[in-house]
Design a protein around this ligand. Structure first.
Ligand code: PLP
Length: 337
């Protein structure tokens, strides 16, 4: 089986596990876990913020950020297939009392015009705009820095906070050849996920101002995310920062090669996602039967994701198998109607 479903599927390498075993640990809630403290210090610096806080998941980090920056009854504005809107089980409404509004946006990029189109009473102080980079549902697209900054400025101009869901911000940084802080420092808060392309078993970090992180602690406790000897996990994240960031370029090159081999437009393959149209809706099962696992990007579109455990050979084989299955899908589609 060639497993291209998700970059979350990687298991920690022997070297990462060794780093976890060797970690110096303490009680995180007493602020006595030196490995967690070191990760938080490094991440604050890397993201261009005062402080950072370790979380078990990026979902929890996003939800803590929303709760710390908003007032119940306010609006959360985001592109309509943003992770916080569609994959976090209504969390913004449940945990923070937010009214969620999704807008259609090219490549997942909310623009200043989207913000201008909202009523100032509905989207105003107490509300939040959530931006995702890379943007998952558009196929791991990178947000050009100038466009990102213009959207952040438009939100700030009307007193609205901005949260950056940067679960895959390191993919964006490596793909664009700029530092993660270039985007992150403009946002009021930023989430990073370690269990995607960085190859950790779990873990996420939230960064922002010192006052914001102080408030985010409260949500971390409330959600049951205040941990104890969490340094065993933070050690994996530190290992990933040292060993698994630059190599994301390999995943990106393999994704482009896969797309090229399938005759797809590689100009939209910014990072490790390949979007494959599946008009018949049965592509996932067809490919699985031939030994290639993929998953859904959005309705009618499959995704093939490259990651630490996908080799050049896997890509070559996947090109043959997927081409074959796609051709079969196309000829079968008219008959199926
Ligand atoms: C995966 C993902 C998350 C959630 O990460 P978990 O650590 O699995 O909770 C949040 N946002 C985006 C954009 C993601 O891709």
């Amino acid at each position: 089986m060639i497993d291209l479903r998700s970059d979350t599927l990687t298991k920690p390498s022997p070297e990462m596990l060794a780093a976890m075993v060797a970690a110096e640990i303490g009680d995180e809630q007493y602020l006595e876990d030196p490995t967690v403290n070191e990760l938080q210090r490094r991440m604050a610096e890397l993201l261009g913020h005062d402080a950072a806080l370790f979380f078990p998941t990026a979902t929890m980090a996003n939800q803590a950020a929303l709760r710390a920056q908003t007032k119940p009854g306010s609006m959360l504005l985001a592109e309509e297939r943003t992770h916080v809107l569609v994959y976090e089980w209504g969390g913004p409404a449940i945990h923070s009392g937010l009214v969620m509004k999704g807008v259609k946006a090219e490549a997942g990029r909310v623009t200043p015009d989207h913000i201008a189109a909202e009523d100032r009473l509905e989207l105003g102080p107490g509300g939040i705009v959530v931006l995702e980079n890379t943007h998952r549902s558009s196929g791991g697209r990178i947000w050009p820095l100038n466009e990102f900054q213009a959207t952040v400025d438009a939100a700030h101009e009307r007193g609205v906070a901005v949260h950056l869901d940067g679960a895959r911000l390191f993919n964006a940084a490596v793909g664009a050849g700029i530092l993660p802080a270039e985007w992150a420092r403009h946002a009021d808060s930023v989430t990073i996920c370690f269990s995607k392309g960085l190859g950790c078993p779990l873990g996420a970090v939230l960064a922002g101002s010192a006052a914001f992180i102080e408030r985010a602690w409260e949500s971390k406790y409330l959600f049951g995310g205040a941990m104890r000897q969490a340094g065993v996990i933070a050690a994996a994240a530190l290992y990933a920062l040292d060993h698994n960031v630059e190599r994301l370029a390999d995943d990106h090159a393999r994704a482009r090669r896969l797309a090229d081999g399938l005759g797809l437009d590689i100009s939209v393959v910014d990072t490790n996602f390949v979007a494959i149209d599946d008009p018949g809706g049965d592509g996932e099962a067809r490919l699985a039967a031939r030994g290639v696992l993929v998953s859904d990007l959005r309705p009618g579109v499959l995704r093939a994701i490259t990651h630490l455990d996908v080799t050049d050979d896997d890509v070559d084989q996947a090109i043959e198998i997927i081409s074959d299955a796609l051709t079969a899908t196309r000829t079968a589609a008219p008959r199926a109607r």
